[in-house]
Design a protein around this ligand. Structure first.
Ligand SMILES: NC(=O)c1ccc[n+]([C@@H]2O[C@H](COP(=O)([O-])OP(=O)(O)OC[C@H]3O[C@@H](n4cnc5c(N)ncnc54)[C@H](OP(=O)(O)O)[C@@H]3O)[C@@H](O)[C@H]2O)c1
Length: 265
């Protein structure tokens, strides 16, 4: 039986690399994003994950055509930058709406079908930022931390089923994520924050520009998906980025804050 996979975020970056790669390995692949996609072996399934009824209709279409759903690779997500004090609330809310509530919607729309698969897999793309509060990217960190907590709960709830879920937490990946996100203009920022905001924001853009390729992350996700038993988290990135997630857990709070301050100033 041909396995059926849904890849969200298929119009750009990780999802755009992952969807045709899965198709080349024999999966029947549906690519979801707000824009439609034209990728080899991939059926375009446009939907906004924040719009529950559009999402439900898209999943109904997939099931009508393919009859089953075995794998969901959830790559859709957005970033955004600004200080807590000043970032426009609607911009911050949009990040939570997509990264957290969009993931919630996707779970509700797909879990009943994924659970029918003899070997269901749900890979949520979080971020190393989900383990820590990155300065001036608070809502992004918060949205990914919330996604991780939800997935922790889901894993426990799914005990006894054939569906396994995990969070994939990459470091920097050279994609369009910086170009497509809201970054509050420097001249709107209070002088208390402005120099550190500018440095952190430019540093983030440069790190992402020099990050892993989307193809590398896509290949890692496929090897995670193929594992017999999934761990709760897979951190993908430079050794220093992997070490940071361990240091965050092990170091006393103030020591960790000192490390992050050093890094961002
Ligand atoms: N790039 C990095 O450095 C990095 C690091 C760690 C984690 N991540 C995470 O990796 C994932 C993929 O990011 P990327 O770097 O590949 O970013 P990207 O190139 O900007 O791609 C994001 C994808 O998400 C889709 N998307 C955004 N909002 C959506 C919505 N409401 N409904 C449906 N699709 C939506 C976009 O398509 P449309 O605009 O067509 O809807 C696009 O296909 C994200 O979850 C991101 O947070 C990225």
């Amino acid at each position: 039986m041909q396995q059926v996979a849904l890849v969200t975020g298929a119009s750009s970056g990780v999802g755009e690399a992952l969807a045709p790669l899965l198709a080349s390995q024999g999966y029947r692949v549906y690519g979801m994003s707000r824009r439609s996609v034209d990728l080899p072996g991939v059926t375009s399934l446009p939907a906004d994950v924040t719009d529950r009824s559009a999402l439900d209709s898209a999943i109904a279409q997939l099931l009508q055509e393919a009859g089953r759903l075995d794998i969901v690779m959830h790559c859709a997500g957005i970033g955004g930058a600004g200080p807590v004090e000043q970032m426009p609330t609607e911009r911050a809310r949009a990040i939570m709406e997509t990264n957290y509530w969009g993931s919630w919607n996707l779970c509700q729309a797909t879990l009943p079908h994924l659970r029918k698969s003899p070997r269901g897999r749900l890979l949520m793309v979080s971020s190393i930022a989900g383990f820590m509060g990155i300065p001036f990217r608070s809502m992004y960190s918060a949205s990914k931390a919330a996604l991780q907590a939800m997935t922790d709960s889901l894993r426990l709830e799914l005990r006894g089923s054939n569906l396994q879920a995990t969070c994939v937490c990459p470091g920097d990946i050279a994609t369009n994520i910086i170009a497509s996100q809201y970054r509050q203009p420097y001249d709107e920022i209070d002088p208390l924050y402005r120099p550190r905001y500018q440095k952190a924001d430019e540093g983030m853009a440069s790190n992402v520009g020099h990050g892993m390729t989307a193809q590398q992350v896509a290949e890692s996700m496929i090897s995670i998906m193929d594992k017999e038993s999934l761990k709760p988290y897979y951190v993908i990135g430079e050794p220093i980025q992997k070490a940071s997630t361990i240091a965050r857990r092990l170091l006393p709070g103030r020591t960790w804050e000192w490390v992050l301050n050093k890094y961002y100033s």
